[in-house]
Design a protein around this ligand. Structure first.
Ligand code: HEM
Length: 538
């Protein structure tokens, strides 16, 4: 063979090998869970819709079954569509299904965000604080904060019902800022709250599906690329700047308060005062508190908006709940957390709000598997992104009859009496997957459960929610399932009328808020006397 022929044989072999590799890239390997046909290089990327991803995932589950695979460029995505599969993988094999996907965002924020970090030792210490400081028992100590802020919520709804969306946002934000930092949010215009909101919006955008995460060979290029050529990189740098400035200034305030002897309950105080071997560094504490704030605000706000939407679409449910509240609580006072045990229908409303309009349609932050695994004969490769298909799981018509109907009576009194149903490791016994599962299951569940029960039961006690009518008296149409886009969603804007149920309740609401003023300083924060009254001896 001449040298020239040899040259051509080698070149041709290389070309064939390379074309074969390119052709195979993005295609579904054998023994992968089933899924739609792929095309080379792109896989299923072109099939992903720009909105209503959950409906596409739902279609995939109906077509291909309880476990589905998608190829997103070079990345493998596995969808879990059935409670048994969630239990078998996320719960029972949690030793390998509890990591997070290796996303580009982690390179920017020092990888200190508990929600994005792999389940390594730092994550274990971050998470331990949540277990110790936000468990059922400790969550109870935050009830006075939630009760207090619900009074402002009720008063805001009474005097300015048209802005109910903002009022619910302020309420959930204030509950989050008090639990995490011991500082109220009396108005959403508050400087640091605006900053935190801006940070959250940017983080949520940057965490959404990104090209660089589908093709990891692009990462070195992104690293050297000037930020002006990449909107993602610009955003990530902005996030970094906000984190460095804001998180430390909030930490500084918390430390100052402690130095002045103001050591009232908050998550950041507990982290700062911890003395065990797992105590975090200041920088980790600053991040853990702020990331908890990020996880606590929109999720609760969106759930509350879902509740309002359900009330105007299902007036009989609202009526039934009010009958129950009137019987148990009466009209002389607002409901308390302690009334929960006697309000099974209202408990059903809370459970149904989590199920019916899940703000975390795809479990918010995906999991990732850390080694090759085999399930029911399918190969699940190391590094695959694992998503709980929450919308499909919550709307499974084998476990829920007519799942798109908002029907609290589908949850029995015995079932809702158990507070932690929504995070039950026996996933097949759950009504919803809105709080995720396994070792990463939402650690703020107990705080959310209390904050939402207090707000929702009080709103039902005090107000009538109804659909807006047009000039000719016809109901303005509402798309029941319309939602905003992203990985954390809320109902698409809808019109709603909110009126006090009667004069007596209106005065109780107004008086409660007028009385509460004496517990606030000029900045709308709690006075020393309030803390001493509510937490005597703490
Ligand atoms: C309705 C309210 C809420 C919903 C629907 C919700 C939902 C979720 C979901 C789906 C996850 C991911 C679970 C998984 O990966 O399997 C999560 C994680 C998390 N949530 Fe929540 N959450 C809510 C409220 C809260 C609150 C009030 C806090 C804090 C006070 C909080 C703190 C966190 C944290 C820190 C994580 C990350 C945990 C980790 O990655 O290890 N959440 N949440």
């Amino acid at each position: 063979m001449s040298v020239q022929t040899l040259y051509w044989v080698v070149a041709l072999s290389f070309a064939t090998f390379f074309s074969f590799k390119v052709f195979r890239y993005g295609t579904r390997p054998t023994n992968f869970p089933p899924g739609p046909p792929t095309i080379p290089v792109l896989g299923n990327l072109l099939q992903l819709p720009s909105k209503d991803l959950h409906l596409f995932f739902d279609k995939m589950s109906k077509q291909y079954g309880p476990i589905v695979s998608l190829k997103l460029g070079g990345t493998n995505l596995i969808l879990l569509n059935d409670a048994t599969v969630v239990r078998d993988l996320i719960e029972k094999r949690s030793n390998i299904y509890s990591a997070r996907p290796d996303t580009y965002i982690r390179e920017f924020v020092g990888n200190r965000n508990i929600a994005f970090r792999n389940n390594d030792d730092t994550w274990r210490r971050q998470r331990k604080m949540y277990h110790l400081r936000l468990n059922t028992k400790v969550a109870n100590q935050y009830i006075p904060y939630q009760v207090f802020d619900s009074k402002q919520l009720m008063n805001d709804l009474l005097h300015d019902p048209g802005r109910y969306v903002d009022h619910l946002q302020r309420y959930t934000t204030s509950v989050a800022s008090t639990v995490l930092y011991g500082m109220r949010t009396s108005t959403a215009e508050n400087g640091y709250v605006k900053d935190l909101m801006d940070w959250m919006e940017k983080t949520s955008d940057a965490q959404n599906f990104q090209l660089v995460d589908f093709y990891d060979f692009l990462r070195p290029l992104y690293r050297i690329m000037p930020a002006r050529f990449s909107s993602l990189k610009t955003k990530l740098l902005e996030i970094n700047t906000i984190e460095n400035r804001l998180f430390f200034s909030l930490l500084g305030i918390a430390k100052e308060n402690i130095a002045k002897g103001k050591v009232y309950p908050s998550f950041i105080r507990d982290m700062l005062l911890a003395e065990d071997k797992d105590r975090m560094s200041d920088i980790e504490i600053a991040n853990n508190a702020a990331h908890g704030f990020g996880a606590a605000t929109d999720t609760q706000w969106n759930t509350a908006l879902g509740f309002v939407k359900a009330m105007i679409l299902y007036p009989k449910v609202q009526q039934e709940a009010q009958l129950e509240i009137d019987k148990v609580v009466g009209s002389n006072r607002m409901p308390e957390w302690e009334d929960r045990e006697n309000l099974p229908y209202v408990r059903g409303i809370i459970e149904e709000s989590f199920r019916w309009m899940p703000t975390t349609l795809t479990a918010a932050v995906p999991h990732c598997v850390t080694r090759d695994d085999v399930y029911n004969g399918y190969i699940i490769p190391k590094g695959a992104i694992i998503m709980m298909n929450v919308w499909t799981l919550n709307n499974d018509d084998e476990t829920h009859e007519n799942p798109r109907d908002f029907d609290p009576s589908r949850h029995s009194a015995e079932f809702t009496a158990i507070e932690s149903n929504s995070i039950n490791p026996e996933a097949t016994k759950r009504s919803n997957f809105t709080f995720g599962a396994g070792r990463r299951v939402c650690p703020g569940f107990h705080v959310a459960q209390r904050g939402l029960f207090i707000a929702i039961s009080r709103m039902l006690w005090g107000f009538q929610f109804s659909r807006r009518k047009d000039a000719s008296g016809d109901l303005i149409p509402i798309d029941r399932d319309a939602i905003t886009s992203g990985l954390i969603v809320q109902p698409a804007p809808f019109l709603c009328d909110i009126r006090p149920r009667d004069e007596k309740r209106a005065s109780i609401i107004a008086e409660a808020w007028a009385d509460a003023q004496s517990d606030l300083d000029e900045k709308g924060n709690f006075t020393e006397e309030f803390f001493e009254k509510v937490f005597p001896g703490k």
